[in-house]
Design a protein around this ligand. Structure first.
Ligand SMILES: [Zn+2]
Ligand SMILES: [Zn+2]
Length: 272
C-alpha cells in the first residue's frame, strides 16, 4: 500500500491527551498517513469513581467542531474521518446506543478499560498470578458483552491489559492455550455481527507486542474475520503513525490481504 492509515488516535478532546487537534492531524500526515480517523475517548464512566462521566455527552459534538475547524487547512490528499473510542459500553447500554448514534460519526471503537469489580486495569497490582487470571476472566466476560452489542464498529486493543502487567515485571497475556474457547466465541460473535477488530500498534512502541497477539489475529482470520483496522493509539504528536508499518506487516503475516477503512460505519477494503 502506498500510504499509511491510522484509525485510532487521540487529541486534547481526550482527557489523557494534550495534543491540539490540528497538530495531531498534521503529525500523522507528516508521518505518511493519508487516511486518518481521530478517535477521542468517549468515557461513559469516570475511571476514579466508577460513576457516570457526564463529559461523554460532549465528545461527538466536539469532534465535529474540531474536524470542521481544520477542513480549510488540510492537505488535499488527507482524508480525515470522525470517530470516537466509546468505552465501558456495558455499564450504560442505552447511553452507549445514544452516543454512538451521532449521525456525523464515521467510526466507533468499542473499548473495555475498567472492571466493575476493581476499577481501571491500569491501576491493578499484577503480582499475583491468580489475580491476573481473575482480571483476564473479567476482561473476557466484558469483551463478550461488548461483542454482543451493536454500538461499535471495531473492537479495540484486545489483550492490552498485558501492558500494565509487563510494566510491573509480570505478564497477563491472553493465550489460545488458556483462553482459546472464549476468545473464539468473542471473535465469532464479532464476525457474525458484521463488526471487526483493530490491530493496535501502541504495544509495538513499548515492547508489549501487538494488541491482539498474532495468534489471536490468525484465529480471527481462520474463522473468516476480514474486517481489520490499524491504529497507532497515539496520544502525542510524536507517537503519530508509530509502528503502523510493523503492524501492517504483522497483518500480512497473519494472512490478511486488506485493511478496512470506515466512512459512516461502512468499511471499504484496500489491499495491503
Ligand atoms: Zn483504549
Ligand atoms: Zn485509544
Amino acid at each position: 500500500m502506498a500510504f499509511l492509515t491510522d484509525q485510532h488516535c487521540h487529541t486534547d478532546i481526550s482527557l489523557d491527551s494534550s495534543a491540539p487537534y490540528y497538530d495531531m492531524v498534521m503529525a500523522e500526515y507528516n508521518a505518511g498517513v493519508r487516511w486518518l480517523c481521530v478517535t477521542d475517548h468517549c468515557d461513559t464512566v469516570d475511571w476514579r469513581t466508577l460513576r457516570f462521566h457526564p463529559g461523554c455527552r460532549d465528545v461527538a459534538r466536539r469532534e465535529l467542531e474540531a474536524c470542521r475547524a481544520v477542513q480549510d487547512r488540510l492537505p488535499a490528499d488527507m482524508r480525515l474521518r470522525m470517530g470516537m473510542e466509546l468505552a465501558e459500553l456495558i455499564f450504560y447500554p442505552e447511553l452507549a446506543q445514544e452516543l454512538s448514534g451521532a449521525p456525523w460519526l464515521d467510526f466507533i471503537l468499542g473499548s473495555c478499560h475498567l472492571t466493575k469489580e476493581y476499577g481501571d486495569y491500569h491501576e491493578q497490582d499484577y503480582s499475583s498470578p491468580a489475580f491476573c487470571e481473575e482480571l483476564l476472566d473479567i476482561y473476557l466476560r466484558d469483551l463478550q458483552r461488548v461483542a454482543d452489542m451493536d454500538y461499535f464498529d471495531v473492537m479495540a486493543h484486545i489483550g492490552y491489559v498485558r501492558r500494565y502487567a509487563i510494566r510491573q515485571g509480570t505478564d497477563a497475556d491472553l493465550t489460545l492455550k488458556k483462553h482459546g474457547d472464549r476468545i473464539g466465541t468473542i471473535l465469532k460473535t464479532i464476525i457474525q455481527n458484521g463488526k471487526g477488530i483493530e490491530l493496535n500498534c501502541s504495544g509495538l512502541r513499548d515492547g508489549c507486542g501487538p494488541f491482539p497477539s498474532a495468534e489471536i489475529l490468525k484465529l480471527y482470520r481462520s474463522l473468516g474475520g476480514e474486517i481489520v483496522t490499524l491504529g497507532s493509539d497515539a496520544h502525542r504528536p510524536r507517537d503519530a503513525a508509530k509502528c503502523l508499518d510493523a503492524g501492517q506487516q504483522i497483518l500480512r503475516d497473519c494472512g490478511f490481504r486488506y485493511l478496512a477503512l470506515f466512512t459512516k460505519h461502512k468499511p471499504e477494503f484496500i489491499p495491503i
